[in-house]
Design a protein. Sequence first.
Length: 339
Amino acid sequence: MPTAPISVNTIDYHTGGEPFRIVTEGYGTLAGATVGERRVSAQNSEAVDQIRQMLVQEPRGHTDMYGCFITEPDDSGADFGAVFWHKDGYSTACGHGTMALGVWAVEEKIVESNPDGTTVVTIDVPSGRVAAHVESIGGAVQRVTFENVPSYVTGQNLKVDVDGHEYIVDLSYGGAIYACLDVAQLGLDITKENYSELRAIGRAVKWACNELPEAQHSDSRLSGVYGTILFQKLADLPEGPHQINMTVFADGEVDRSPCGSGTSARLACLAATGEITTNTLTHDSIVGSTFLGTVRPHEPSVTEFPAVIPVVTGMAYRTGRHQFDLNPADELGTGFILF
């Protein structure tokens, strides 16, 4: 429980419906020479984690809130760094957040931008160095493209048992490791009406896959399954495959967007099967938003499956500026979580 008042200012965005709360100061000092090390520092700091809890939990947030602390980059090659967080802790990657950060950096003049062209915003995150390509016309941002770290399949056609049901999943890495499950196995469509059932299955599959050998990364800080991508194949478009997904990450959080790092993981799967080459994945979310995904080849391959550079396009919008306060006399403290 804090012993002194806490006040934190944020700028909030949403990307495809998924919130992103940006904190530039007021969270103290994160030790470490790299953003990856600062993520570990945040995990181990009670004072810093109080800020995360205050911003993510009710009554100031909600169970599906997402955000970041802005930090120094690893070196002068990036514009800044970001330590991502959600209700259960600190993630290694966040594609929708990277897209929001690109738009924020241009709109808030954090970087020098091209008012009638593309501005590249380079960001160090725990999974590596990523970039947001922000396109503007007349000084107004039109769209943003997220260029991710090399992504690849780590396991195909893996059988997992969940509550007596056997499912077939692929595991792939898109800055974090995801289990990909075709909902044709469930007899369910990805609709708002099926939200609760899909969420429960996605959460269970994530934990069932978490300790699989294919879910272990050479950097132990990146090991474990971050989320389950429940996907449904739709009729192909002239541009390429068309799918809708619902990504259940952390411990039961649901991404409202098509999920940026999740889209990267899906692109890696589709590249491994030859379904994505020079064409485009149209990737829809449960709320009706869409990301467009393409790939570039990457050499050398990290595994037996081809590694690719995912390129994901969408848009982020500012939703507000906030000052959040915590009175040490508040009996609810940093807040609470209700599922």
